[in-house]
Ligand binder design. Structure first.
Ligand code: ATP
Ligand code: ZN
Length: 287
């Protein structure tokens, strides 16, 4: 049997590496010897993993050296390759922002008119300036963009920010957001039917893992006469499970709660008569 293998490119080391490997592991894909390797083949899923610099991933996917990849949207959009985003992955969140010296009076975009802005993202910055009808000089530099204003190389910087700590330490303040970014799964346009099929299996697993992370399994004891107050508070997959307890007059109620509404629901459940509320993480959630 000559089964095809799907080739995925992920970052070799850096901010996306751990989460990318972790996601594949949570999808039940065994990866051995990932440290210091250029590539590895999973033993229980038709996937081969290539470890690359993130900047090279869009090109490798476009050229078909890898079939799919995990990169930041910032890299995907800057490289502007003809590949598709197939799924947002929820990690590696950051912003591509313009920052100016803290001491400077910033009065909106017009303050950038005629300025020199250093960045590693000339395409995204250029498009942003054009869209806002600002004429400025874009200085492309490959790293340490945040020090450029301090050493007089530029008047402002456009760089990736998450907490803003690095900017602050370099005497800068964030003034404009060009792009909100996160890691995404990308795919080439010409996958064989068999590879598409493997990609769909992988996507199904990724979605189940991510849904599970957003949900909690909750169990609680409820006096029977208060079930009518408690049950409407619980969505569940279809509807909550209600089982009699050994002690008569009481039920055990099981349900699934969404992370976003978790704490408000728990408060409401307690006031509606629920006791001994047990909250359990969910590993996978198949709908
Ligand atoms: P490589 O050696 O692979 O080229 P790199 O130095 O270009 O690595 P990292 O700093 O590891 O890249 O960042 C990888 C990606 O992580 C970024 O492209 C971005 O999508 C995301 N990211 C999340 N938060 C931040 C942040 N605060 N600063 C920079 N990148 C971030
Ligand atoms: Zn890089």
């Amino acid at each position: 049997m000559n089964r095809e293998i799907l080739k995925i490119a992920i970052q070799k080391s850096g901010r996306l590496y751990e989460d990318s490997v972790q996601l594949l592991k949570e999808c039940g894909i065994d990866l051995r010897n990932v440290k210091d390797r250029l590539r590895t083949v999973s033993e229980n899923f038709p996937l081969e993993v290539f470890f690359l610099r993130d900047d090279d991933i869009p090109e490798y996917v476009e050229d078909g050296v890898a079939d799919i990849g995990i990169v930041g949207q910032n890299v995907l959009l800057e490289k502007a390759r003809s590949i598709q985003q197939v799924e947002a992955l929820g990690f590696g969140k950051c912003r591509l922002s313009i920052a100016v010296p803290k001491s400077e009076q910033y009065a909106g975009l017009k303050s950038l008119q005629g300025k020199r802005i250093a960045t590693s993202y000339p395409k995204l910055l250029g498009a942003f300036l054009k869209q806002n009808a600002i004429t400025a000089t874009v200085h492309e530099i490959s790293g340490s963009v945040e020090i450029a204003p301090g050493i007089g190389l530029a008047d402002a910087a456009a760089d990736l920010v998450s907490s803003g700590g690095t900017l602050f330490m370099n005497g800068l303040k964030e003034v404009e957001v060009i792009l909100e970014s996160q890691a995404v799964l990308v795919a080439g346009n010409e996958l064989s039917v068999e590879k598409r099929d493997i990609l769909n299996q992988l996507l199904f697993r990724i979605r189940s893992v991510r849904k599970a992370k957003k949900s909690k399994y909750v169990l609680m004891n409820v006096p029977n006469e208060r079930l009518k107050e408690v049950l409407p508070l619980l969505p569940g997959m279809r509807s909550p499970t209600v089982l009699p307890l050994a002690e008569s007059g009481w039920s055990s109620v099981h349900s699934v709660l969404d992370e976003d509404e978790f704490w408000t629901r728990i408060e409401q459940l307690k006031s509606a008569g629920a006791e001994g509320i047990l909250v359990v993480p969910i590993e996978k959630l198949i709908l």
